[in-house]
Design a protein around this ligand. Structure first.
Ligand code: BGC
Length: 474
């Protein structure tokens, strides 16, 4: 960087001048985290409704039955997006709202809700990016993603969405973070459905990826107008020391967290597991060979979610996964260690913008020409965000987080950058507003807009005003 102080990244005019022509900036949410109205409009139950009802699963004992009440307040939320000046809005379509039970035809009221939302967005000049699956599997689908049939059920639901909304959606994300679903939901039990299968959870990865591939086929068959991609969360992995054991477990973690979800989609095969651990991956060696052809169907973009890097050490010891406490984690022969050199977010996650550059560099190195244009589909941070006496929320840390990450991504992918081969098209802030943060309930606030949990009143934070200034200065 030049002699300029690093603060320029947080100054709207200077940051705006740094954004490439046509670079798209958006804000993101997900259905279960914001909609509420879980028993309204003919919506069926999802595994998350069941999970939140179980005692002890959610840190603050809360559930998402009201959440931000977006189902009733979507007009206000679209107005917030329009005034913010974003190019795109990434939201998710709730499978159990559109197809309760995960089988059969559509629920008319569910479709009507997304019709209204899409029309409102288009009238506001905002390009809709729809995620088809952000973790709310219909509760009736026995076995969830451990069951191969769920992939076919998912494709049928996607077909229904393509027919209903295919004329208005700009970008489709098939599945959001299959890694989180497998690791947190089926391996460690900190997310729905709460299974603690450790490596026996791997079939849930394969079936989600198959569901992704079948979904791409369904969208192409219907001939939707928008671009099609998947969203994977990537966490660059480092060993805690240069001893061999730490290096082996770091390679193992990289394989289960990053590679088994990206390689089959982009390269058409699963990665070779690190030597000492081949047996753990037997489930992926025994799949039906045609599946990989389906899973690797060409994509129009690759969605990258980045929050933090991971540092791995040999030996059990960690009872905490980054997303919550997991007793199952302590049964693993490795654990995650902290990054004392970095500041942390409210969640305790390290603030490490340079590792977003590393994630992009790894994508470029690993996938080369097989990597389509990349959109950062999520990035953001939770902070306590206490309101001052006048109600204002001065979330400077979030402004710094967003400015630093945006610039890190753009510098990495610029000519001469560490990931200069990667064609980066956009950045999407997680999240538009504070919402139901899964196992953490409402204890972690990620929003540009503050949510009053009692009244659902929305108050733009300082970071909202800041992003608004960046976007209007372009
Ligand atoms: C998920 C979001 C979540 C965010 C922060 C991502 O893994 O896609 O739903 O709220 O991280 O934890």
């Amino acid at each position: 960087m030049s002699a300029r102080d690093s603060q320029w990244r947080h100054r709207p005019e200077e940051l705006a001048a740094f954004l490439p022509e046509g670079f798209s900036v958006g804000a993101a949410t997900a259905a279960f985290q914001i909609e509420g109205a879980v028993r309204e409009g003919g919506r069926g139950a999802s595994v998350w409704d069941e999970f939140t009802a179980q005692p002890g699963r959610i840190l603050d004992g809360s559930d998402a039955s009201v959440a931000t009440d977006h189902y009733h307040r979507y007009r206000e939320d679209v107005r917030l997006l329009r005034e913010l000046g974003v190019d795109t809005y990434r939201f998710s379509i709730s499978w159990p709202r559109v197809q309760p039970g995960g089988r059969g035809g559509t629920n008319r009221e569910g479709v009507a809700f997304y019709d209204r939302l899409l029309d409102e967005l288009l009238a506001a000049g905002i390009r809709p990016m729809a995620t088809l699956y952000h973790w709310d599997t219909p509760a009736e689908l026995t076995g969830g993603w451990l069951n191969r049939d769920t992939a076919y059920r998912f494709a049928e639901y996607v077909y229904l969405c393509a027919e209903a909304f295919g004329d208005r959606i700009d970008s489709w994300v098939t599945i959001n973070e299959p890694a989180t679903v497998t690791l947190n939901g089926y391996a460690l039990g900190v997310h729905a459905p709460g299974a603690t299968l450790l490596f026996d959870a791997l079939p849930s990865a394969h079936h989600q990826l198959l569901g992704h591939g079948l979904a791409v086929q369904a969208l192409r068959d219907v001939g939707v107008a928008g671009r099609i991609g998947i969203t994977n969360v990537h966490s660059p992995v480092e060993p805690a020391s240069d001893n061999e054991q730490d290096a082996a477990f770091a390679a193992l973690f990289d394989t289960v967290h990053n590679r088994i979800f990206a390689d089959p989609v982009l390269l058409g095969h699963y990665p070779e597991p690190p030597e000492p651990f081949v047996d753990l991956f037997a489930a992926l060696a025994e799949i039906e060979p045609d599946d990989l052809r389906t899973i690797s169907a060409p994509l129009d973009f690759y969605g990258l979610n980045y929050y933090f890097p991971s540092r791995v050490a040999a030996g059990s010891g960690g009872v905490n996964s980054p997303d919550g406490e997991s007793a199952a984690m302590s049964a693993l022969p490795f654990h995650l260690v902290g990054w004392p050199e970095f500041a942390t977010t409210g969640f305790g996650w390290p603030v490490a913008p340079d590792y977003l550059g590393v994630a992009l560099r790894e994508l470029g190195e690993r996938y080369g020409d097989a990597l389509p244009p990349v959109i950062i589909t999520e990035g953001g941070a939770s902070y306590p965000d206490a309101a001052a006496a006048d109600g204002s929320i001065t979330d400077r840390a979030r402004i710094e987080y967003l400015g630093d990450h945006l610039v890190a991504a753009l510098e990495a992918t610029a000519p001469g950058g560490v990931a200069s081969g990667v064609d980066l098209r956009g950045y999407t802030v997680w999240s538009l507003l504070d919402n139901f943060e899964w196992a953490a309930g409402y204890s972690q606030r990620f929003g540009l807009v503050h949510l009053d949990l009692r009244t659902q009143t929305r108050t733009p934070k300082m970071s909202y005003r800041w992003l608004q200034s960046v976007l209007s200065a372009r």
